[in-house]
Design a protein around this ligand. Structure first.
Ligand code: SIN
Length: 286
């Protein structure tokens, strides 16, 4: 589904970034059939980030459309819409309600969603409900390409390494919201491979999260920090990135098993940015 028009369905797709990301237009997710959803999933696997333009989706239909890609899961770290608990809100008005009450920018440093969970979500869907006049882009980086570009000796060194991920990591670069003890108990630390194999494409990808990784298992802290810092710096080189400039009505779906992303809060003061988010269940990385 790349650079094509489907006359029977009036669907058009175009490449967005050189090495990742595509956009699809002429499609109403509320009415799409099973074949179309299968094509969208193929396009996502090929492009890692897929934007579906011009959608109008209330929370429940948004959740139901995303349920065609997997099982939506509840996460309490973000506020939810009143209509649908599986639809989280990411907004320019977000605050650390249980902490200091100050403004918080969710996702402002490079990360892959949910890596502090033992079975992190596979896909994230973000729907641009209100988009600022400029700024507020989401950046993505291609973790297959970042892995492929590593020198062979680095690949050999990291092949069997595991990393501890935590909701509140001591290496954290972006503040995350304070959560009650009951919720923290449901998010004990998770240990994941540094290189994971995508369960559907079979490709290897670096698996990093600048905001949640604590330490490489079996390495001294200084050596672990140096390795993680070097791998993050490599993975976010501009050659691996795509930057999504939002249009109102975009639904952007990305695969957390082979990408990292980051939000930018650089839009004009006083302008609003409102996103609705659904994530779908994944499996323990291997
Ligand atoms: C996220 O990190 O999931 C949010 C990304 C964004 O708001 O652009």
């Amino acid at each position: 589904m790349s650079g094509q028009t489907y006359p029977d369905r009036m669907i058009h797709s175009e490449k967005l970034g050189g090495h990742m990301a595509a956009a699809v237009s002429g499609l109403d997710l509320n009415r799409a059939d099973t074949k179309t959803y299968a094509d969208l999933l193929d396009a996502l696997h090929a492009n890692l980030v897929l934007c579906i333009r011009d959608q109008t989706l209330a929370p429940v239909p948004f959740r139901d459309a995303m349920a065609r890609f997997g099982t939506p899961v509840l996460r309490k770290q973000l506020a939810a819409t009143p209509d649908c608990a599986e639809v989280n809100i990411i907004s320019s008005e977000d605050r650390d309600e249980l902490g200091d009450g100050k403004k918080l920018v969710n996702g402002a440093s490079w990360h892959t969603d949910d890596s502090f969970m033992r079975e992190p979500c596979s896909l994230t869907m973000l729907y641009g409900v209100v988009v600022p006049s400029r700024g507020g882009d989401t950046q993505f980086t291609n973790m297959y390409a970042a892995y492929d570009a590593l020198p062979d000796e680095t690949k050999a060194r990291i092949a069997d390494l595991q990393v501890i991920h935590k909701y509140q990591s001591s290496r954290q670069t972006n503040r995350v919201s304070k959560r009650p003890a009951s919720e923290m108990a449901a998010m004990p630390e998770a240990t994941h491979p540094l290189v994971r194999t995508h369960p559907e494409t079979g490709r290897k990808a670096l698996y990093l999260n600048a905001n949640r990784m604590e330490q490489v298992v079996g390495l001294e802290r200084a050596e672990s920090d140096a390795l993680l810092d070097a791998l993050i710096a490599h993975a976010i080189e501009p050659r691996f990135q795509y930057r999504h400039v939002w249009r109102q009505g975009d639904v952007v779906i990305w695969d957390n098993r082979c990408t990292m992303h980051k939000a930018n809060a650089d839009y004009p003061e006083g302008e609003r940015r409102l996103m609705h988010r659904v994530i779908v269940a994944g499996t323990a990385p291997v």
